[in-house]
Design a binder for this molecule. Structure first.
Ligand SMILES: [Zn+2]
Length: 430
């Protein structure tokens, strides 16, 4: 070094050293001794820590690690938007995958069946759960997806989630009779489970006793009691016991087969049932239920309401930019023409700004919020559903009856300055 000025390479290294995530054991309590896998640890532990640290620092909610061609590729998802998270050699990628499986308590020899486990982690005094899913891709290759949960800040209640105030009102109205089915519906990864929990948490806990019939893992069940199922007790028998105990509301696992659907159709005359199902949106969920049961009149009679959700990015409160919207534009998109201020994201310009916003990192958005839609089984809707109508006809009826739609709820969020028109348009394009 020619101009040393007392600095040497070692100092420089120290300056740049960052703290890596700490792995703190499995959520299930299964003991894992990494020292028994010294070679694997050597090949993948540090790289796995770097990768997870990078993802946490970028506020990712999801990491995917999978082989692509000759390499292994990591992808991060931040507020629903995918980013490249780095590449590795295939060998290193396999080691990282195996280390993460091992540490979350999964069987590293098993590469032919999907597995799920949770690894506890901590970075900068913040605790996380890394909810790890492995999926076989054939010939020993696997993809792992990691849902990242910030333990303290995870939200489950409708108020905490910023749901439309109408939501809780509707939940209470629709569970009042203590009969019928309430559902959350949406595509995978759209927050459907969160909405199902919000429905269960939105119930008036002073009046009704709500019981949960499945393993909720790390989710917070405030106001809901776990129902102790006997070994191998089928759902219909467990529900029968709850009815005898005079329980009011049952929160059951997702409807993914005809058997669960038939069980809850049979029991919903004696208690209110909350569940979820995978479908494109609420109207498609109704169509799917009718097909699955083979009897649309039963669905029309039993289902009280279905909520759908779409996640949309929130504007960063620190740097969002007010502007005066053109009344013509307001009219065109369906907003009140008297609105004088809307907000948009501040676009970080490298030449003009010395440094990006500290809160959002210059992206202009931080976190997400759900837009809701709802199909309520009114008399008019019942008649349409009982005929075995298509999702399109169900949607037309919902519009006719002015039921809450994604568009209405999204426009409410724009009017309140929580998100931007631009983001709303983006959410409808994808
Ligand atoms: Zn910002």
């Amino acid at each position: 070094m020619i101009f040393g000025f007392g600095r040497n390479d070692e100092d420089e290294y120290e300056d740049e050293e960052i703290d890596l995530v700490l792995f703190q054991g499995t959520y299930s309590g299964v003991e894992v001794d990494i020292s028994e896998h010294a070679r694997l640890a050597e090949a993948g532990l540090n790289r796995a820590k770097e990768l997870i640290t990078d993802a946490l620092e970028r506020r990712a909610e999801l990491i995917r690690i999978e082989p692509k061609g000759e390499r292994t590729v990591a992808q991060f998802q931040v507020d629903g938007i995918a980013f490249a998270g780095g590449r590795m050699s295939k060998k290193e990628g396999t080691a990282v995958t195996q280390v993460l499986k091992l540490l979350s308590g999964l069987d590293i020899k098993q590469r032919k069946k999907p597995q799920n486990g949770i690894l506890k982690a901590e970075l900068d005094d913040v605790k996380y759960y890394l909810d790890i899913y492995s999926k076989p891709l054939g010939s020993g290759a696997e993809r792992i997806s990691i849902n990242i949960i910030d333990v303290k800040n995870a939200k489950y209640g409708p108020d905490e989630l910023g749901f439309n105030p109408l939501f809780q009102e509707k939940i209470r109205e629709l569970t009042e009779s203590k009969t019928g089915i309430l559902l959350a519906a949406g595509p995978p990864g759209s927050g459907t489970t969160t909405t199902a929990f919000a429905i269960a948490r939105g119930i008036d806990s002073y009046v009704f006793a709500t019981y949960c019939f499945f393993d909720v893992s790390y989710r917070d069940l405030k106001n809901i009691s776990p129902f102790e199922r006997r070994d191998d007790e089928p759902l219909n028998e467990a529900l029968r016991r709850l009815i005898r105990m005079e329980g009011d509301i049952a929160f059951v696992a997702p409807i993914n087969d005809k058997e669960i659907l038939e069980t809850i159709l049979e029991k919903q005359t004696e208690l209110s049932i909350i569940s979820e199902l995978t479908a494109k949106d609420a109207a498609f969920a109704v169509e799917k239920l009718c097909k699955l049961s083979g009897d649309p009149t039963k669905i029309a009679e039993a289902v009280r309401g279905i909520f759908g959700q779409k996640l949309i990015r929130r504007l960063c409160e620190k740097c969002k930019q007010p502007y005066r919207p053109n009344p013509k534009l307001l009219k065109k998109v369906g907003l009140n023409e008297s609105i004088t201020t809307l907000y948009k994201n501040r676009k970080f310009d490298e030449e003009e700004d010395a440094r990006p916003c500290k809160v959002c990192g210059g992206g202009g958005y931080i976190g997400r919020i759900a837009m809701l839609e709802m199909i309520e089984m009114t008399e008019g809707m019942k008649a349409v559903v009982a005929k075995g109508s298509s999702a399109a006809d169900i949607k037309a009826q919902a519009r006719k009856e002015k039921m809450l739609s994604f568009k209405d709820d999204g426009l409410r969020l724009v009017a309140e300055g929580i998100t931007s028109l631009e983001e709303l348009q983006r959410a409808f394009r994808v």
